[in-house]
Design a protein around this ligand. Structure first.
Ligand code: SF4
Length: 363
């Protein structure tokens, strides 16, 4: 359902795109529907068993749509084998060779991601569009700052937000000329600033849904920070319908970070938000351990409730008042609150189990 919570960010309304087969693994992107979390497999798609296994793991972490690289005919032919084992839409990622896109459509991929600039000739792009139209599946028109058309690069002198938008505009007009509007757009660069500028510019002119991400964001910490800064800034502007966090080598972490970005912005409804104090010299309980255990044990609650885990009385009671449930630490003990009211105080070693008894009664 579209988000109707008045406290959420004012989002820009885009066209609604349906990915996947109705009732089976259908996901809606755009149209003010909740922001969709995507990731991309790191396995070789030709190894369909490993790819299906990775997708099952990603789905357990609540990944809603997954992209696989299709660099060969064998990879395209793996699609139906993978699909038998998974319950989320599968997106085929195609570069350079339009025949791979046609094969992926034939093999029943739910969506195709292309960068028309590297497919090259318009006739080849047209063939992909017509095949997607016939199969009633959406495309993603992916513009990447690192591979823009030569004439555009010549005009602007370098890759920039305006150049990326010119490339997107050119291809959008071409897609529309073929009577095709069933597509999502992405404008990604490895620079956070260029990515944000490009998407802001785009959203002024177009109503097509936007897939957000900072491409090649980098290893672990730098990938997390760049993705959070870029995706977070745009979501705060109300821009973005689906997101992919980019971290070298760890697809599961991408999904966890994506969820945390959405939770931080009050845009995630399928898990509790944990508020934990950073700890300091006043802390007299093992707060990190307690907060992590509570986070793990409450993941089954598919509601955006707030749980505060605080180290002491400095900020604890205040946060407890604003949270649905809270733990406020003392000297080797903790006080448990529900809806701002003190329920009981217990010793540290019983804190998590007693807290969970209270929360489990409600969910
Ligand atoms: S809540 Fe208490 S323990 Fe936690 S950081 Fe603040 S002062 Fe320190």
């Amino acid at each position: 359902m579209p988000d109707k919570n008045p406290n959420t960010i004012q989002r820009r309304k885009t066209l609604k795109i349906i990915v996947g087969k109705p009732k089976k693994r259908e996901i809606i992107i755009g149209g003010l529907y909740p922001v969709v979390i995507q990731s991309m497999c790191t396995t070789k798609t030709e190894d369909w068993k490993a790819t299906a296994e990775q997708i099952i793991t990603l789905k357990k972490e609540k990944c809603q749509m997954v992209r696989v690289a299709v660099p060969s005919l064998e990879a395209a032919k793996s699609i139906p084998k993978i699909r038998k084992h998974i319950k989320i839409p599968l997106v085929a990622d195609i570069h350079f060779d339009y025949r791979l896109a046609l094969e992926a459509i034939k093999q029943d991929a739910d969506k195709i991601r292309i960068n028309p600039g590297n497919i090259g000739e318009k006739d080849k792009v047209r063939e992909i569009i017509l095949a997607a139209k016939k199969a009633k599946i959406p495309l993603r028109l992916g513009v990447n700052g690192g591979c823009l058309e030569n004439d555009i690069l010549k005009k602007y002198g370098h890759s920039c937000a305006a150049a990326m938008n010119e490339s997107a505009r050119r291809w959008i007009r071409f897609f529309e000329k073929q009577g095709f509007k069933n597509f999502v757009v992405s404008l990604k660069a490895s620079s956070v600033i260029e990515t944000v500028k490009a998407c802001r510019l785009f959203s002024k002119d177009f109503v097509y849904p936007l897939h957000l991400g900072v491409t090649e964001a980098g290893l672990n910490l730098s990938g997390i920070v760049k993705s959070s800064a870029g995706i977070g800034s745009l979501l705060l502007d109300g821009i973005g319908d689906t997101i992919r966090v980019s971290i070298s080598g760890d697809a599961v972490k991408e999904v966890i970070v994506a969820k945390e970005i959405l939770k931080a912005l009050g845009m995630y409804n399928l898990e509790p938000e944990i508020i934990a104090c950073p700890t300091c010299g006043r802390t007299e309980i093992d707060l990190e351990k307690i907060a992590s255990e509570i986070e793990q044990k409450t993941k089954y609650i598919q509601k955006p409730i707030k749980i505060a885990v605080m180290g002491c009385v400095v900020n604890g009671p205040g946060e407890a008042r604003g949270a649905d449930y809270a733990v406020c630490g003392g000297k080797k003990m903790g006080a448990i609150y529900k809806n701002g009211q003190l329920v009981k105080s217990v010793k540290e070693d019983k804190l998590v189990s007693e807290f969970m008894k209270i929360i489990n009664k409600d969910y």
